[in-house]
Design a protein around this ligand. Structure first.
Ligand code: SAH
Length: 255
């Protein structure tokens, strides 16, 4: 397969997210692209291998959910108050798959410690190697189910931010995510379409897990005008000890 480079598109980063990668970050995005393409020949990681698809649906999309924290840091931006009040050091990407949104997040935020979690051992082994090759020393990868990790004392209630993209319907996502988040932290659900029914479900399930719906941000993807929604939940109380329920139940019998 011919390897074509990614177009950088600084103007689009700026006009949409008010941010753009620096030169070193851009080089890392390209290395990530090459690393994923190489890995895709060994294991099934992603079908988005064309450069424009990768740029839009993996890189841009991963960072769109972090827009509230992508400020320039000089006070000139319009970061929402609810985002400014969350100090972020520990982030978990639940159901990371090929490393999205966690790896672009690690490149954009070198100060964050990022845990990539996936139930599939071979994806985790690949991600560990890729992070090592790329020198992303603040990334660690864990092979486990969110339902199990959510009960481990070193992980439960320990993350400032939990990210969930394409990990199934909203109810299990909330049950996987909120137990791992500390009180005051947030879970970010990356969604495509967003319906009033899903919003009602999220509000109801979040309340059971100790969270509340803070904001829903809608986006159009910049190249193909796809519909996206990023849903922000704040953890306001510890999650009851019975959550998450045993592996498989959150998806099989959604709250
Ligand atoms: N977040 C990635 C991958 C989505 S595919 C992206 O947006 O591209 C969903 C991934 O979630 C799969 O790799 C699957 O193994 C993982 N997954 C699904 N349920 C899980 C669970 N309960 N715990 C951990 N990982 C899970």
């Amino acid at each position: 397969m011919a390897i074509t480079g990614l177009a950088r598109r600084d103007e689009i980063w700026q006009s949409t997210l008010g941010w753009q990668p620096g030169d070193a970050q851009w080089a890392q995005f390209q290395a990530l692209y090459q690393g994923i393409l190489a890995g895709n020949e060994q294991i099934n990681l992603t079908r988005l291998t064309e450069p424009d698809d990768f740029w839009e649906k993996h890189l841009w999309d991963s960072l769109s959910g972090l827009w509230p924290w992508l400020g320039k840091g000089d006070g000139s931006d319009q970061r929402p108050d609810w985002a400014q009040s969350v100090t972020i050091a520990q982030v978990i990407d639940i159901g990371t798959g090929a490393g999205f949104p966690g790896l672009p997040a690690a490149i954009a935020y070198p100060d964050w410690t990022i845990t990539l979690l996936d139930a599939t051992q071979k994806k985790i082994r690949f991600l560990e190697e890729l992070a090592l090759e790329m020198g992303l020393t603040q990334v660690r990868a864990i092979a486990d189910r969110a339902e199990s990790l959510g009960h481990r004392p070193h992980h439960r209630g320990k993350y400032d931010l939990a990210l969930l993209r394409a990990v199934g319907p909203v109810s299990p996502c909330v049950e996987y995510g909120l137990p791992l988040v500390r009180v005051g932290g947030m879970a970010v659900l990356y969604r495509g379409q967003w319906t009033p029914e899903e919003e009602a479900t999220v509000e109801r399930v979040a309340a059971q897990l100790g969270g509340e719906l803070t904001a829903v941000q809608s986006w159009q993807t910049p190249l193909t005008e796809g519909m996206r929604h990023c849903v922000y939940l704040r953890k306001v109380r510890p999650s009851p000890g019975k959550f998450p329920r045993q592996p498989g139940l959150p998806a099989k019998k959604p709250l």
